[in-house]
Write a protein that binds this ligand. Structure first.
Ligand SMILES: [Zn+2]
Length: 233
């Protein structure tokens, strides 16, 4: 294999590593953001579950307080009724007491339902809280790992960019110019042509003239896709 081919392949190897690392690096911020969003969503779910639990607790307290007030009203009316002389007034008071008792009974039914709900909301909240604690620490670990990866990839790219200079200075400037234009497309600029004359990039057959040149080890491009080509010795 001609020296220029070896040198260019060595440079290409470094450059492709840099391209792949840059692609990986580019994806990281979104991956980190996605995990952070997931934590936030779970936090909201937990917050809502806590809200349901607390609202039910409050509703029970309000119901109990309403029952107490109704009981107070009843005992007040009972005290008054003992001093009432007129039968009609007495009957009116008894009927009012009955209405209050009916309301108490309604409130008590409400309370039983609320107590069931409270149990359900409490269990739901506790389960979500437990789940969240476990998930959160895993997700935060993942974020840390990705951030660490970001630092490492940046270092690797820097090292490769330094080492590529040693390879680059061995390449002739006209070849390097062509190589760089092809590299800008993000795919390997130099490709192998197989024994049947098929270009490794566009998979089309090169012309016999190009084949002859390539066989000599000349700097030559594919007739179809312009990639630099070489034959495998
Ligand atoms: Zn081609």
């Amino acid at each position: 294999m001609k020296k220029w081919i070896e040198n260019l392949l060595a440079l290409q190897d470094v450059d492709m590593q840099i391209i792949n690392l840059k692609m990986r690096l580019k994806m990281l911020p979104k991956e980190i953001k996605d995990i952070q969003n997931k934590i936030q969503r779970e936090e909201e779910i937990l917050h809502n579950a806590k809200g349901d639990f607390q609202h039910t607790e409050l509703a029970i307290k309000q119901t109990e307080s309403a029952i107490n007030q109704l009981n107070e009203k009843i005992s007040h009316l009972q005290q008054q009724s003992s001093m009432v002389k007129k039968n009609t007034e007495f009957k009116a008071m008894l009927s009012e007491i009955d209405q209050f008792k009916e309301k108490i009974s309604e409130k008590e039914t409400e309370e039983i339902l609320l107590l069931d709900q409270l149990e359900e909301h409490k269990n739901n909240f506790k389960a979500k809280e437990k789940q969240f604690e476990a998930d959160k620490s895993n997700l935060l670990d993942e974020v840390e790992e990705l951030k660490q990866m970001e630092v490492e990839i940046k270092e690797q790219i820097e090292n490769l960019q330094n080492s590529r200079k040693d390879f680059e200075c061995k390449i002739e400037s006209n070849v390097l110019g062509l190589y760089k234009r092809l590299l800008a497309k993000g795919t390997p600029p130099m490709v192998k042509v197989n024994a049947s004359g098929i270009c490794g990039s566009c998979h089309l057959k090169i012309t016999p003239q190009t084949w002859t040149e390539a066989k000599k080890g000349a700097v030559i491009s594919c007739d179809n896709c312009s990639h630099l080509i070489y034959l495998n010795d």
